[in-house]
Design a protein around this ligand. Structure first.
Ligand code: ADP
Ligand code: ASP
Ligand code: MG
Length: 412
């Protein structure tokens, strides 16, 4: 008899009807003889609605208060799901993040789990109870409630699985598994049977919303066996593990994208090494994350640096840089919005030259302007106009034959 962690996302518990089906599924697992720890997200769009409420109340809601507010969504869900299980005749108990012993740092809105004190969880499991834990939340060492960042219930589930030494962590969601890209955007997307931690990590960091990046990070770090599958049917889903033989030979395993990308160019900086540092120090002090950076030395005297960032951070970044214009000594700022980042990911890329060239050709053949590029061993990212994003994804999906399960680069 092992411990299973089963995590259900917002859509999967979006109505009482759906919650009942989820409860039945949990009960079946329990009846099969496992100890079951359930992690659940807020019902449907509850978190979005709470964010909206806060934004209607205050221009820049206090982050501590916002976390307290957002954590209530999950609290409703665990209570209701536990009542549903009780009603089916099962002994179950709900625990908030702090009751489950989940300690985090105090970065409100994006807290990291630092430790999990499992005594209480074990106590309930020993009593033969199903334990239902609120996802996405924890408590800081000052006893403030924190949240783990949007989509963070996945991370709760994996962290609990690691702490409890669970034999499996299952992420139940509203699609059949991890696809070659978001099936809502590219209908030809194909479900992947197996994917390595490293590829999944890149996919998640580069925008594939199906798994929270830190969940994958923890799964890899602690070797947690992870499955993503549908809460609406019994299909086996996607296994995420250390190495996969089949997909390893693929030059490209999947595509990911981010919609809300902006670019700032700091034009006419004095051409001194220290200037680059100063620009990014100013942004770092304001806690603004930048993504792709390109520096262009235009002449001996002058240089221009461009970088991308999330559109939501644009106004603040521009304001911070403008406030330091004299000190940084640049001529002007150029700002561009309406961009998207499209990435190809695959661990076979390193041993298959020409993958980046094939990507650029697919885009330029369609006159899709590539504004920036960044690469690593297992990915190539391009920044392109947002209004061409879907077309770009569809073209790349076909170029790398991602719809074809039998295809590997070696067979070419
Ligand atoms: P949950 O509420 O269950 O956590 P999410 O909305 O966070 O669900 O994640 C599931 C969604 O992720 C899917 O509905 C799909 O639109 C999106 N998605 C993005 N990229 C992918 C991908 N590569 N494979 C599968 N789903 C993806
Ligand atoms: N309810 C939170 C969110 O909507 C956490 C999650 O769904 O994983 O972001
Ligand atoms: Mg999610």
């Amino acid at each position: 008899m092992g411990i299973r962690v089963m995590k259900f996302g917002g859509t999967s518990v979006g109505s009482l009807e759906r919650m009942k089906r989820v409860a039945r599924r949990i009960a079946d697992r329990f009846d099969a003889g496992d100890q079951v720890v359930v992690v659940v997200s807020a019902m449907g769009k509850t978190t979005d609605e709470l964010v909206r409420l806060a934004e209607q109340t205050a221009k820049r809601p206090n982050k501590r208060e916002l976390d307290l507010l957002l954590s209530t969504g999950e609290q409703q869900a665990i209570a209701l799901l536990t009542m549903t299980l009780n009603d089916l005749g099962y002994a179950a108990v709900s625990l908030t993040g702090w009751q489950a012993g989940i300690r985090t740092d105090s970065v409100f809105g994006n807290a990291r789990i630092q430790s999990i004190h499992t005594e209480r969880l074990h106590e309930h499991l020993r009593r033969g109870e199903i334990v239902v834990v609120a996802g996405f939340q924890g408590i800081s060492d000052r006893d403030d409630i924190t949240t783990l960042g949007r989509g963070g219930s996945d991370t709760t589930a994996v962290a609990l699985a690691a702490a409890l030494n669970a034999e499996l962590c299952e992420i139940y969601t509203d699609v059949d598994g991890v696809f070659t890209t978001d099936p809502r955007v590219v209908p030809a997307a194909r479900k992947i049977d197996e994917i390595s931690y490293d590829e999944m990590l890149e996919m998640a960091y580069l925008g594939a919303g199906v798994l929270h990046p830190r969940a994958v990070e923890n799964a890899k770090k602690y070797g947690v066996p992870l499955v993503v599958r549908s809460s609406f049917n019994d299909s086996p889903g996607t296994v995420i593990k250390e190495e996969t033989v089949l997909e390893k030979n693929n030059s490209v395993t999947g595509l990911a994208f981010e919609r809300d990308v902006a670019r700032i160019s700091v034009i006419g900086l004095p051409n001194r090494l220290s200037k680059l540092t100063e620009v990014f120090e100013v942004l770092a002090q304001a806690r603004i994350n930048v993504d792709i950076i390109v520096q262009n030395v235009l002449s001996e005297a002058e240089t221009t640096v461009s970088f991308t960032l999330a559109g939501k951070d644009l106004d603040e970044a521009a304001a911070v840089l403008r406030s330091q214009q004299k000190k940084l000594d640049f001529r002007l700022l150029d700002i561009e919005t309406g961009l998207a980042k499209v990435s190809i990911i695959g661990s076979g890329m390193a041993s298959n030259p020409g993958v980046a060239a094939a990507m650029f050709k697919a885009l330029t053949d369609r006159s899709i302007l590539i504004k920036m590029v960044s690469t690593s061993e297992i990915k190539v990212s391009t920044v392109i106009p947002l209004d061409r994003m879907e077309e770009a994804l569809t073209a790349l999906h076909a170029t790398f034959r991602l719809e074809d399960p039998a295809y590997t680069a070696l067979k070419r």
